[in-house]
Write a protein of this length. Structure first.
Lengths: 592, 88
């Protein structure tokens, strides 16, 4: 426990120190870090911005449970960066403004389009941030022995300092520090566990090897083991290929359309830096994402072999009891299980009353019921203990989880505060606002957003949509924001009418579909009830296609966009040629 | 020496960018949706180390190719910009 405290307070002081050093002096600093961030630094900040508490703590466990089916997250949450680099980031940087609604509103010369984009950005970001805040609360309450709400309060206070003081500038440099903390915390235990199981220190290679002393590959052994216990094989999935295709696509296009990811590419000096930065971001993300499937597979095999068919020893007086069990010639349940039982992340229910722990799948050949429940988060959290690493590594993993949650929360806060101070105040309601006033409003909006996010975290249990962040945030970003940005760059003929029709076509049905099947009346529905057999997680892709078709069709039957807009599109396609164009830039001049 | 060749017409720049982008996106599609999902069962008869090939593409291989694609794109775009004397 003491090590956890040291790590958490050590890293938190570092973040505050950075915040004091990187204060914002203008709106240009506050929204886009003065366009002065080096592409590699921005890549690292983007990686931390991107990898949330869920990526850090839950993803390896999700993959461990789903096997091949977990690939949707691996491909989906990395492939989007190819789209960002090739289709969006450099052109949006060349466009030279502060926010995603800036692009939508100015490219489509429409206040309505701007407002619809603001609604999408706010909904996506609030859904996402509530999950981060509750992650912070959970980490504090489980590992530092403080109350859930107090934990969220700590998290709010720390984000408040660097987001309100430093804006994007403070957020960028704290995210770099947070990346270092989280990647170290993730890979160190993985290396040791890979060494322990396969004698190969590189987890990505250990993934392809045999277990120590085994004559068949680890993955084949794992597949066999889980099948024997009545689970779906590790190398297969119960989902249809079409559904897997749609979910992967929705996650990829959603990644590319997420405002908090896009705005990171506004902080670099030039368009060429934006694409390079996307490459570096993916390198830093891949460091974690290629290790995750190895952690998933190793831990699944490890947990089954160390827990299944052992004699249960309760956490109270573990030492004494386990010696008695061993002396009786039986194998006691492992110490880590007892330790984590007190956190509620693992549990044992002796259904057949034999005192032995049985792990079984739904189709267990011996007909026994499963007695062991294991939270997805345990795969990463318990790794250091399973690999018998020193106690300080466990504290590091907790600090890493907090770094992942706080860095993502900060990036989202920037989207929320700029949507309010920039898109709504300066660009819509109070057009004559000075830069100084806007900066003050931006700080105020960031402060209000921190508090709102904290409350959403506290009430996240009651807010049903928060748990569906994967479906909502990615589905809506893919279906509503991605199509209009893409067409706005690559098709000069795309006009205001087409853009509004396209955004609404993506937004409304996607929202309704996810709401119906995840929260509303269709919650109990099975795969047969789904439209075309597509799950709510993948529906964003279907309506994204619809949004593209509607956008093109409506544009073709209405007036082409004004000449100013067509000139603007010409400019953003060629780096270094951006000049101001009448109505496109009348509300705000482009920033170099 | 001394005489600069005239830069090619900028009108040709954008079609070249589009061609490059579409080629790279085709590879992006093939390694993820192709190798990792649509042709996975066929590819799984081959192995890379101890992992079936299609499964490996879905969990690791596609990510490596994504990284390579972006850096190739950066290099190719820098070449194109030089060719057309564009300074971004």
């Amino acid at each position: 426990m003491d090590w956890t405290l040291i790590w958490v307070f050590g890293t938190f002081s570092l973040y505050i120190g950075i915040a004091i050093w990187a204060r914002a002096g203008s709106t240009n600093d506050f929204y886009v870090a003065g366009h002065g961030v080096h592409p590699v630094v921005n890549g690292m900040a983007t990686a931390a911005d991107w990898m949330s508490a869920a990526s850090f703590l839950s993803m390896a466990g999700l993959i461990a449970g789903m096997g091949y089916g977990g690939s949707v997250y691996l491909m989906g949450w990395t492939g989007g960066y190819v789209l960002l680099a090739l289709l969006l980031a450099p052109f949006l940087r060349e466009f030279g403004k502060f926010t995603v609604p800036d692009f939508v509103g100015d490219r489509y010369y429409s206040g309505t389009a701007r407002i619809v984009a603001v609604i999408c950005a706010l909904f996506v970001s609030f859904t996402y941030i509530a999950g981060q805040m509750s992650g912070v609360g959970i980490a504090f309450s489980r590992f530092l022995g403080v109350d859930f709400n107090t934990g969220i309060f700590f998290g709010m206070a720390i984000v408040f300092v660097y987001a309100v003081l430093g804006g994007m500038k403070g957020v960028t440099y704290t995210q770099v520090a947070q990346y270092v903390v989280l990647i170290f915390a993730y890979t160190v235990p993985a290396i040791f566990i890979s060494l322990m199981l396969t004698e190969n220190p590189v987890p990505q290679l250990g993934f392809l090897s045999n277990l120590k002393g085994d004559d068949i590959p680890m993955l084949q052994r794992l597949d066999q083991t889980v099948r024997d216990l009545g689970f779906t094989g590790y190398l297969s999935s119960t989902k249809s290929n079409f559904d897997i295709f749609c979910i992967t696509a929705a996650l990829m296009f959603g990644t590319a359309g997420l405002p908090h990811v896009i705005i990171r590419f506004f902080t670099v000096p030039r368009a060429s830096d934006a694409r390079l930065s996307a490459g570096w971001a993916l390198v830093f993300i891949a460091l974690l994402y290629t290790v995750a499937p190895a952690i998933g597979a190793f831990s699944r095999i490890n947990i089954i072999s160390s827990v299944n068919e052992t004699t249960y020893v309760p956490p109270a007086n573990y030492e004494g009891m386990s010696t008695i069990v061993s002396d009786a010639g039986e194998s006691p349940s492992p110490a880590w299980f007892a330790n984590w039982e007190t956190t509620g992340l693992v549990a044992f229910d002796d259904k057949n009353g034999d005192g032995q722990m049985q792990i079984r799948g739904p189709a267990a050949p011996d007909g026994l019921e499963n007695e062991v429940t294991i939270s997805n988060d345990i795969y990463v959290l318990a790794n250091p203990e399973i690999a018998q690493l020193p106690e300080w590594v466990i504290g590091l993993v907790v600090a890493g989880g907090l770094a992942a949650a706080l860095s993502t929360a900060a990036g989202l806060l920037m989207v929320i505060s700029s949507a309010i101070s920039h898109d709504l105040c300066r660009r819509t309601f109070f057009k004559g606002m000075t830069d100084k006033t806007e900066l003050r409003v931006a700080r105020g909006a960031a402060a209000a957003a921190v508090i709102a996010a904290g409350f959403m975290g506290i009430y996240s249990q009651q807010l049903a949509f928060v748990a569906q962040v994967v479906a909502f945030a990615f589905g809506l970003a893919a279906a509503s924001l991605f199509p209009v940005i893409l067409l706005g760059i690559f098709w000069k003929r795309m006009n205001r009418e087409g853009a509004i029709a396209s955004m609404l076509t993506g937004l409304i049905p996607t929202f309704a579909y996810i709401w119906h099947f995840k929260i509303g009346a269709g919650k109990a529905a099975t795969a047969e009830d789904w439209f075309l057999g597509v799950s709510p997680e993948g529906i964003g892709f279907v309506f994204m296609i619809a949004a593209l078709v509607v956008g093109v069709a409506v544009s073709l039957v209405t007036k082409p966009p004004p000449q100013d807009i067509q000139d603007l599109v010409e400019d953003i396609r060629v780096p270094g040629t951006r000049t101001s164009h009448g109505i496109a830039d009348s509300g705000m001049a482009p920033v170099d | 020496m001394g005489t600069e060749s005239t830069p090619p017409d900028r009108k040709a720049y954008w079609p070249e960018v589009i061609r490059l982008t579409l080629t790279l996106l085709a590879i992006w599609f093939l390694v993820s949706f192709g190798a990792g999902i649509l042709f996975r069962e066929f590819l799984d008869q081959f192995h890379i180390g101890g992992a079936p090939l299609g499964f490996w593409f879905a969990q690791n291989g596609s990510i490596y190719v994504f990284v390579a694609l972006i850096f190739y794109y950066c290099a190719a775009m820098n070449r194109l910009e030089k060719k057309y004397r564009i300074e971004g």
